[in-house]
Design a protein around this ligand. Sequence first.
Ligand code: NCD
Length: 469
Amino acid sequence: MTLANRSLVTIDDLSVAEIEVVFSLADEMSAARDKQFDVCRGKIMASLFFEPSTRTRLSFEAAMHRLGGSVISAVDIGATSLAKGESLADMAKVVGSYADIIVIRHPWEGAAKVMADYAGVPVINAGDGGHQHPTQTLCDLYTIKKERQTIKGLKIALWGDLKYGRTIHSLIFALAKFGADILFCPSPGLEVPEHVLRKLTTEYGGELQRYQAPEQTAKDNLFPLDAIYTTPSSPHQLAMISGISIEVELKTGVDALYVTRPQQERFAPAEKGREAQPEYPVVDKKLLKGKVFREALVMHPLPRVDELAREVDADPRSMYFKQAARGVPVRMALIALLLGAKEISAPGADDSFIHTKDYPAYRRDSGIRCPNPRCVSIQETETKYLKPEFKIVDREPVTLRCVYCEHGFEPKYVASTDWHEGRLENKKYHNADSRWARKIKPENLIIFDTEATARNSGFKPSRSARAVH
Ligand code: NCD
């Protein structure tokens, strides 16, 4: 199997079999770490880190050095031509002509996709805003696999900031791919975004069940938080066994507790202060005494702030420093595979589904923009060449997903290119949640943000159209 010339932008880009290939090469490379100097000799990796990083950047760079390659780097937007108003696409083309592979971390969601679209060499997403961080996920999965030999069927609890944690978003889809059950334990107000849940249920077959935390009684309190439980491996597992409840399922304990820090740098102004206790749940010795965590691996992508007590470090269940250390062999394997320096025979046919559900595309220039303020597609330097692009992921009501940041939203007004009987007086726009909207074929759909744009495009309100605010 070869992964040569591929990019890793989201975890969707790798199938289960391909991830297994990365892991077996990582095993091989960590067993003979000092014998890898010829693997990427003569190759150059560009390391572009436009957000703070310790582990990810240094482990990527250490990985390339251990493979015998060289590293060129930029770590501050202010020191690059991006500060002069250069677009990401231009930067991608230039850096792609200097380096054989590019690793990028950027605050804009979808930035890694833009780099991958324009660089002409493999691009690895090392974190794009709150969107995804697929190589951290590889380190997380590799750790679970090393410690528990399998991922399928395990129960993994995700803890803390599930809204802005990009490691969480990549991990959710990866766990679903591998058939693990996921328990979401968000800090209040930092729940998993709707668009992530939608993708999990529509593309990964996850079935969600809501769990109401019991009153705080020390004895029967499994989790101090409300949670969502999903069973992607066998969606109807719980429903099929009559009388079974999440509480019963949980009594056998969780296999891993994945803790995350509040991603304060991405909080909206109204969310400031959510990191403060007791809002933000702390994982400490006392919590880990609970029966449900008896066998749980305690994981964290790091850095930690106050959400994971230092007293846990000495506990044999703590895995976070191992997770970080494993970043080097995992990234060595990934770089070598994407550069085509290594090819590996896959253990069997790849029966895992690759998640590229064929939703109709919406590319029409009707003034509609992604509403996510951190999306790369709406940044001033990028709008000069990037055309907004969406997938139509639902019709009732019409729901779009941005192809860059993957945020979902429900636009307000729609029309058809094929107006009734072709008569101009029938050139009408409708509310997006009306029955008229559902009748329009995806290829004829025109979507508007506001009534003003609909009118400026020559459409009149249909009789049922009403203002939506
Ligand atoms: C994470 C990140 O940058 O998203 N760190 C990492 O890469 N290990 C997690 C975090 O910053 O909280």
